[in-house]
Design a binder for this molecule. Structure first.
Ligand SMILES: *Cc1c(COP(=O)(O)O)cnc(C)c1O
Length: 227
């Protein structure tokens, strides 16, 4: 096996093994291969090896790659600027990083104009880090309250990026608290489908799965270090 096939198999094995230990079904965990900085040829190789969902952070980089590759399901996972929303709606099936009400409104407007619906997750900045985007937990209900006004958006849940710490156990409290917040918001907004929790990256996805992640975003463990 070449190295990419090997890393894919290894990541899939790790997902299965942690699901088995925690009594979860591996089919409930969607693997997003984060392909920022990864060249087109390697993404095509990953598709041949069976990967289906990819994540990109930068719209311009993503646009070229997605148009060249012409297949796959793409998730946007970076900070989305308002003037790029139209392109994002065309290229991506899901925007995981809705971090303001104005962005949600603009996504809805552009999706309506394009005659599509787009899946979105609300990015929650649990630690209130100024270096990161996202709504504070207090701001989330305000957005959910307005969401019935956005027929072209399908709000599917929440995404978070906890403060980085090399020790993956340090991520656990953040993932656990997002799980609990989501439970509260589900009770508060029973008419909404808030099934997804996108949490966990290469160094901590096992912890995230233990804490209820349904989407994990993995780059380095699949494609190797980015330079
Ligand atoms: C880059 C990135 C990832 C993947 O990180 P790895 O540590 O390489 O797995 C996941 N989520 C977001 C939002 C990212 O920007």
């Amino acid at each position: 096996m070449d190295s990419l096939a090997h890393s894919i198999a290894e990541v899939e094995e790790r997902i299965k093994s942690v699901c088995l230990q925690t009594g979860r079904n591996p089919n409930e965990v969607l693997l997003i291969a984060v392909s920022k900085t990864v060249p087109v040829e390697r993404i095509q190789e990953a598709i041949r090896e069976g990967l289906t969902h990819f994540g990109e952070n930068y719209l311009q980089e993503a646009q070229k790659k997605i148009e060249t590759i012409g297949q796959g399901t793409w998730h946007f996972i970076g900070h989305l600027q308002k003037n790029k929303v139209k392109h994002a709606v065309r290229l991506f099936s899901m925007v995981e990083t809705v971090d303001s009400i104005t962005l949600a409104r603009e996504l809805n407007r552009q999706a309506l104009q394009a005659g599509k619906t787009i899946g979105v997750l609300i990015q929650v900045n649990e630690a209130g880090e100024s270096s990161k985007s996202g709504l504070t937990p207090e701001q989330v209900p305000v957005l959910l309250e307005e969401s019935p006004a956005w027929p072209a958006l399908r709000i599917r849940g929440f995404m978070s990026i906890p403060p980085y710490d090399p020790d993956p156990e340090k991520s656990r409290p953040w993932y656990r608290s997002l799980f609990l917040l989501r439970q509260r918001w589900r009770e508060e907004f029973p008419e909404l489908d808030l099934a997804h929790l996108s949490m966990g990256m290469s160094h901590d996805f096992e912890i995230a799965i233990e804490e209820g992640a349904t989407i994990i975003r993995v780059g380095t463990a699949l494609f190797g270090p980015r330079d």
